[in-house]
Design a protein around this ligand. Structure first.
Ligand SMILES: [Zn+2]
Length: 265
């Protein structure tokens, strides 16, 4: 398998400034470390390893408003981005996107023109074009955040080094638990998850198994194998009619999928 990465950055002015700042901090840090090493070489003190070298950096952080404050700024923003609360951020963005879309459809309604034949035409004003661009941008941003999240999950799953991975095909009923997301987006996210899981398994020599679409993972008892006729989505706990076993619905389904994989692998 050939793996390639293609990255193209199109930074805006703000981001460009930030990138240059980061680059200059990196250059400064490199020169500083080099000078320290050369100094200790001259004075015959032993060569500092990475950790010792790094330890001499933080003292600059305390010097406020010094020439090195840009160093401090860059370091601290780098740390800030790590701690972004993702779920609240996504919720905020989703709300904003909804508001934008509402505004857009209102604007369209205002610019409706009735034609002679009775049908409607919509006039695209500059304002509408601007709004459409904003909606598009927001959609892309949300998509990036979600895909990034899926990337993290799939990577952590593969890193656990399982013998095999079983994925059930898209279960539309089960997927509709999240009402805030439209069906098409949920489907898109599911296929992205599946796609990433599949190639990451292939890269790591992990067997990837796709369960049969009609395999009743939720309706089967994971203890005795009895099959239920009906299990509504609101039933979050699985209770077996045969052996009386009680278990969380999703856990029961995943145990069944694990056994399904074992019988095939
Ligand atoms: Zn049972």
């Amino acid at each position: 398998m050939i793996k390639t990465y293609k990255v193209k950055l199109l930074p805006n002015n703000k981001q460009r400034t930030k990138l240059f700042e980061c680059a200059s901090v990196a250059r400064w840090a490199y020169n500083f470390a080099l000078a320290t090493q050369q100094e200790s070489y001259k004075t015959c003190i032993a060569y500092k390893n990475f950790f010792e070298g790094r330890a001499s950096f933080p003292r600059f952080k305390s010097k406020k408003k010094s020439k090195l404050s840009f160093y401090q700024d860059t370091i601290s923003t780098g740390q800030k981005y790590k701690n972004i609360n993702k779920t609240s951020k996504v919720k905020k963005l989703e709300k904003r996107q909804k508001r934008l879309q509402k505004r857009l459809s209102k604007k369209y309604e205002l610019n409706k023109i009735q034609m002679n034949g009775g049908e409607y035409r919509y006039r695209k004003t500059n304002n509408i074009k601007k709004l459409e661009f904003l909606v598009l941008k927001m959609r892309r941003r949300l998509k990036n955040i979600r895909h990034n999240y899926i990337n993290q999950i799939t990577t952590s799953l593969v890193k656990a080094k399982p013998e095999y991975v079983v994925i059930e095909n898209l279960n539309t009923c089960g997927m509709l638990k999240n009402k805030r997301l439209s069906k098409s987006i949920q489907e898109q996210l599911f296929y992205e998850f599946k796609r990433q899981m599949e190639y990451k398994c292939a890269l790591n020599d992990i067997k990837f198994i796709l369960a049969d679409t009609f395999y009743p993972s939720s309706k089967t008892c994971s203890i005795c194998g009895a099959l239920k006729n009906k299990l509504s989505l609101s039933e979050r706990t699985f209770i077996c009619n045969e052996c009386g076993y009680e278990i969380d619905r999703d856990l029961n389904a995943s145990i069944n999928l694990k056994n399904y994989g074992k019988s095939i692998a």
